[in-house]
Design a protein around this ligand. Structure first.
Ligand code: PLP
Length: 391
């Protein structure tokens, strides 16, 4: 064998992104379960329930026919249905031509970043935040700029903080999520409008990750579409509609970006999986079923918000939406990764360390996902109480 062949292919520097640590917790939980131990799973951010029955029925029916490529921007009737959703939920008259169907919101980020930014561009994101924002930006040669959020602003990114960072060195864009992952916090409609106005006045492009819309408990989530036709909105069927594995989402883009995004999608993917598009359109008819599931999350949220302080975890961010509770564990540890590992090994409750989400203060936090059953939420509170009580 040639010496050069033995050495293998050296991966590019831009592919050198960090792993998602939650996967390590999942693997450790699986090892305990293989040994016959019952684990309460609160580590992975996904619903336990399946897609709405309407979506499943539509998918079953579609399996009988050909599943051909679709238009790159998505099946027209699905794009029209998504546009209608903005009228129904938010009173916004949205042109279906601005709706683009994507392979989950994850593909939406890539398409948005590629059409909005050039290599070297600086893009602001809130810290803590969803790790792939940073990692996709880095892989595309952009620079993620972390802006700290604190209790003083209800953990929301503000126009003042954004403009202060822009003055230091110009920003090309900003990405905001409400409800957010990992914090579960939300930004009010007024605060969102003020932030978008500040960004647009300064020429900073605005991306709104609205993937947890529909899962709002504290107050109704506002969409950037109510405020601006220039913002790029990213959304998904993964969370509210319980369709993570179907890999389907959507974007709402300003008119001038639709054709560039279409060209990228044609080349990257041709089109989004047809079966998932058909199921997604039918999912809108399953809202009553999804509302019942949302009520289950609300119950779980109440059980944790009331129960965790009694169990010893009395410091956490306002659990406004999504299905996350972000707890400060600095009273117990300086290393939340170690805390999560011990909580799993000793109390058999799996949660995620904040270090995935916050390179600065993540060692003080852990994230609980309460998208499971009521029994899971109750068992978590009971087990954590016993564990912390016995330390
Ligand atoms: C804030 C946020 N945005 C986007 C995603 C990606 O979701 P998907 O690609 O399934 O739409 C997730 C997944 O957990 C998330 O938490």
């Amino acid at each position: 064998m040639l010496e050069s062949t033995k050495r293998g292919i050296v991966p590019s520097a831009r592919s050198d992104v960090p792993p998602f640590m939650v996967m390590d917790v999942m693997a450790a939980a699986a090892r305990l379960e293989a040994a016959g131990i019952h684990v309460v799973h609160m580590e992975v951010g996904q619903p336990a329930a399946p897609a709405p029955a309407t979506a499943l029925a539509a998918a079953r029916a579609a399996l009988g026919g050909p599943l051909a490529y679709t238009e790159a921007l998505g099946i027209p009737s699905l794009r029209a249905r998504i546009a209608r959703h903005y009228g129904e939920r938010h009173g916004v008259d949205l042109d279906p031509a601005r709706v683009i169907v994507t392979t989950g919101s994850s593909a939406g980020f890539m398409l948005a970043f590629l059409t909005l930014f050039a290599p070297g561009d600086r893009v602001a994101i809130a810290n803590p935040g969803y790790p792939p924002y940073r990692h996709i930006l880095t892989a595309l040669g952009c620079e993620p700029v972390l802006i700290e959020t604190t209790a003083a602003t209800r953990w929301a990114l503000t126009g003042e903080a954004l403009i202060a960072a822009h003055r230091e060195r110009p920003l090309a864009g900003v990405l905001v999520a409400s409800p957010a992952n990992p914090t579960g916090t939300m930004i009010t409609g007024e605060a969102l409008a003020a932030l978008i106005a500040a960004a647009e006045d300064a020429g900073i492009r605005f991306i709104s990750d609205e993937i947890y819309h529909g899962l709002d408990y504290a107050f109704p989530a506002a969409t950037a579409a109510q405020v601006s036709a220039r913002a790029v909105i990213i959304n998904s069927f993964s969370k509210y509609f319980c369709m993570t594995g179907w890999r389907i989402g959507w974007m709402v883009a300003p008119e001038s970006l639709v054709r560039p995004i279409e060209r990228l999608q044609q080349n990257f993917a041709i089109s989004v999986p047809t079966l998932s598009q058909i199921a997604a359109e039918a999912a809108f008819a399953g809202r009553a079923e999804m509302e019942a599931i949302k009520h289950g999350y609300e119950d779980n949220r109440r059980i944790l918000v009331e129960g965790l302080p009694k169990a010893g975890l009395d410091k956490f961010l306002p659990a406004d939406g999504a299905f996350y509770l972000y707890a400060d564990v600095s009273r117990f540890t300086a290393d939340s990764q170690d805390f999560a590992q011990r909580m799993l090994a000793e109390a058999h409750v799996a949660a995620t360390s904040g270090i995935d989400f916050d390179p600065l203060h993540g060692r003080s936090f852990i994230r609980f996902c309460y998208a499971g059953s009521r029994a899971d939420a109750e068992a978590a509170v009971e087990r954590i109480g016993r564990w912390l009580g016995g330390r």
